[in-house]
Ligand binder design. Structure first.
Ligand code: ZN
Length: 347
């Protein structure tokens, strides 16, 4: 039964990415490059009677177009991901060569064109944040004399080395040694460096049975999304750490923007988790069995606007898993598979 459920989850998710459900007003979206302009064209069901307004948070590479729309959808292009909420369409730009501050919006009869100039600046990089779970006074799980924080950090560092050698990526670790970093500081750091992807590395344990084995993947749950949305809507000081739209939007638009940013964590995270899980099943399941993708309200998965995934590499309470997890050679293999997933994710 569990296997069937996992299979269904995978299929549903893939379909969702291939066939986004557009809202009533938008029937299709295309992105094209014409000369030195990057154009996103939203084809409408019927002509608009109002001019859609544009809001921006340039620090976060986000534009928000106030445009009435009835359903949520997600569409991913090479340089931009688009999520719609009830009354707006949110653009997440992943190509730093696009000059967002010179964006213009044109209204045609049955389309809205968002036109962004492309600069001749040297291509910037995708920003990846690697988060080694626990650290310092917080050892995580401890079994057979092994501390979780050490496994997590060792794998994180190997992944850091692989990604750093690749000129397409700018890579950061949330901790560079064995010291304590709070969950809130990990989120703030991820926001500050304008991450395009957040990968948290942990190791599992089941005190009740030594038989349990396997890797598992976690993405933001709906409950986690609602919690973060509620927290940020309540606390403006906290909110400003994650989003600053200009001009100042009304509360309803602000709420929908933050919701869209959190959906982006969830959907982008799901896409990365699917990619990573496929590679693990193919290359590593003969060592540590392949597990499922689960939704959780973990704090580190809640950074608005950053696709986020947490991996539990295997069970420290199982001797076979633990032996592999403490082997440098196996850790190298894990880092290699995550690195390949990152490359595929940004392809
Ligand atoms: Zn942990």
């Amino acid at each position: 039964m569990a296997a069937i459920l996992k299979f269904l989850t995978t299929i549903v998710a893939i379909n969702f990415f291939l066939n986004p459900l557009f809202g009533k007003d938008i029937k299709e979206i295309r992105a094209t490059v014409k000369g030195n302009l990057y154009k996103i064209i939203l084809y409408l069901e019927r002509p608009l009677r109002y001019k859609p307004r544009l809001f921006s948070d340039l620090g976060r590479h986000i534009l928000v177009l106030k445009l009435r729309n009835k359903e949520t959808f997600f569409k991913d292009f090479y340089s931009v991901s688009i999520i719609s909420e009830k009354d707006c369409v949110i653009f997440f730009f992943k190509n730093p060569k696009l000059e967002l501050k010179r964006t213009k919006v044109f209204l045609n009869k049955e389309s809205v064109i968002v036109s962004v100039p492309i600069t001749k600046r040297k291509a910037s990089k995708y920003v990846i944040v690697i988060d080694a779970g626990h650290g310092g006074k917080d050892p995580g799980a401890t079994y057979f004399g092994v501390r979780e924080k050490d496994i997590n950090f060792s794998v994180a560092r190997k992944l850091f080395k692989l990604l750093s050698k690749d000129p397409r990526f700018e890579v950061y670790l949330t901790r560079k040694g064995d010291y304590f970093v709070s969950l809130a500081d990990r989120q703030l750091f991820t926001t500050k460096v304008k991450a395009d992807l957040f990968i948290s590395i942990h190791t599992n344990a089941d005190p009740k049975t030594s038989k349990r084995r396997g890797v598992s993947f976690y993405i933001l749950s709906d409950r986690g999304l609602e919690e973060k949305l509620r927290d940020l809507m309540k606390n403006s000081k906290e909110r400003r750490k994650f989003i600053n739209l200009f001009p100042k939007p009304d509360r309803a638009l602000l709420r929908e923007t933050i919701k869209g940013m959190l959906l982006y964590n969830q959907l982008g995270g799901e896409r990365f988790a699917l990619t990573l899980r496929n590679l693990w099943c193919k290359y590593l399941s003969k060592y540590i069995p392949c597990g499922g993708i689960y939704k959780r309200a973990f704090a580190v998965l809640k950074t608005p606007g950053v696709p986020s995934v947490l991996i539990e590499l295997g069970f420290m309470t199982n001797r076979r898993d633990l032996k592999l997890l403490t082997s440098q050679k196996f850790q190298e293999r894990v880092a290699e598979v995550i690195y390949r997933a990152v490359r595929l994710f940004f392809q």
